[in-house]
Design a protein around this ligand. Structure first.
Ligand SMILES: [Zn+2]
Length: 428
């Protein structure tokens, strides 16, 4: 049943963690993205795939204190029994550099405030107008900032929050952007929190305003929430954010997401994180579960060692765990979150057909997406039993033979040269 034209429709939902008979744990998402006979073409001894991209997203980066303060109205933070140090930031950059990817560090910024500006935004911290961050001001700030600045290719700063929760009269409720009933915080507060997020970044020259967002405590509504005229995505979009990553299982109004595994909310691509292998408190973590969704989500302690000098041991485990996904025919590690967004759109919506020696790629459905989503590069993989060459008049094409298999597995990076809905590649 896998022959000829494969049109993509992804309406089969598979529930979270599926245990398969071997005893291995498969990390699922609300939609099962990798399954046979979907967006692959088979003819003779050749198979073509539009691989599912995998993006690494690491939550709750940015704390200096590791303490879970939730019992006394302070944030949960990372819940580890030591403070965070610059080596913990280096771990993220090392993971990125070794794998050739750009992990997203979903960043909390309040403990980076060296001018106590957050006194003017009392809803953002447990101290309110008496906010005093002097305890965390020190040379480690500049050291960590320098790691972030010099590893831009392998470290993406993603908005997560200022204090992670939302304080009123000294007590917090979850969470910073959206409450536990799914209602977005008042718009003027959202705008102020985003303003101050930018100001805190500027205190340390952490770069331009982020283009990606992970909602604190995964409280988020797709589209406007009850009593609000505007969605959080629309507010973020006005500030240049193009993409939100959050588990759809806990997202309010998730039925509005148009493509199962992702949806477009006011032009912002909102992608299902699925379920993480580890709870946020696991410190350190030893990854082994099979990924089937497109996000490898974790929390900062999962990547670190109790002794920061030994962080590299845990990073190495994550590298060993993630690297083989590049060698799979139907999956690949996304080099960055922009490629991730485009490739995921292609994986879900672009069709591929293989007839004799002609591969046809059909962008009809993908091109219905708004803006530039799915209009840029994509990658396909081709499995064959002999060496191949690829020629196209419609596409810029770079082909790579991937190592490590007895067969010939090629990865082709493609870019449309002109605006056509169907592009062809000849195989020799
Ligand atoms: Zn968080």
């Amino acid at each position: 049943m896998c022959d000829l034209f494969m049109k993509i429709s992804r309406r089969h939902f598979v529930k979270n963690v599926t245990r398969i008979t071997s005893g291995a744990v498969v990390l699922g998402s609300s939609s099962q993205l990798v399954s046979s006979c979907i967006n692959e073409g088979i003819a003779g001894n050749m198979k073509v795939f539009i691989p599912m991209p995998i993006q690494v997203v690491i939550d709750d980066v940015g704390w200096w204190s590791g303490e879970d303060g939730s019992k006394r109205q302070e944030p949960y933070r990372t819940g580890i029994n030591r403070n965070h140090v610059p080596a913990d930031y280096q771990a993220i950059a090392d993971l990125g550099r070794t794998l050739g990817i750009r992990p997203q560090a979903a960043f909390i910024l309040c403990e980076w405030d060296k001018e106590n500006i957050l006194r003017k935004l009392p809803s953002s911290t447990w101290m309110g107008e008496r906010w005093d961050n002097s305890r965390w001001i020190g040379p480690w700030m500049e050291e960590a900032a320098e790691i972030i600045r010099t590893n831009k290719e392998n470290f993406e700063l993603t908005i997560h929050g200022i204090g992670h929760e939302y304080w009123e009269s000294g007590a917090f409720t979850r969470a910073e952007w959206t409450d536990s009933n799914g209602q977005m915080r008042p718009q003027d507060q959202i705008e102020l929190h985003l303003d101050y997020y930018g100001k805190l970044m500027d205190q340390h020259n952490l770069g331009s305003f982020p283009r990606s967002f992970v909602p604190a405590a995964f409280r988020h509504s797709f589209g406007p929430s009850e009593g609000r005229k505007i969605s959080l995505a629309e507010i973020l979009e006005k500030r240049g954010v193009t993409y939100i990553n959050t588990p759809f299982e806990s997202m309010y109004n998730k039925e509005r997401a148009q493509y199962g595994h992702f949806g477009i909310d006011s032009g912002v691509m909102t992608i299902d994180r699925g379920s993480d292998e580890f709870p946020w408190l696991t410190f350190p973590a030893h990854p082994s579960a099979v990924l089937s969704g497109s996000t490898c989500g974790l929390h900062w302690p999962n990547l670190l060692h109790p002794d920061p000098e030994r962080n590299s041991e845990i990073v190495r485990e994550w590298v060993k765990y993630l690297e083989p996904y590049n060698e799979k025919q139907e999956m690949m590690l996304a080099p960055d979150s922009v490629f991730f967004q485009h490739q995921l759109a292609h994986h879900v919506l672009t069709g591929v057909q293989l007839k004799r020696n002609i591969i046809t790629i059909d962008f009809t459905e993908t091109d219905k997406l708004p803006g530039t989503i799915g209009k840029r590069e994509l990658a396909i993989k081709i499995l064959a039993d002999k060496p191949l060459q690829f020629i196209s008049d419609d596409l810029d094409l770079i082909s790579d033979l991937l190592p490590g298999s007895n067969d010939f597995l090629y990865k082709l990076n493609l870019k449309r040269i002109r605006e056509i809905t169907k592009a062809q590649i000849r195989v020799k």
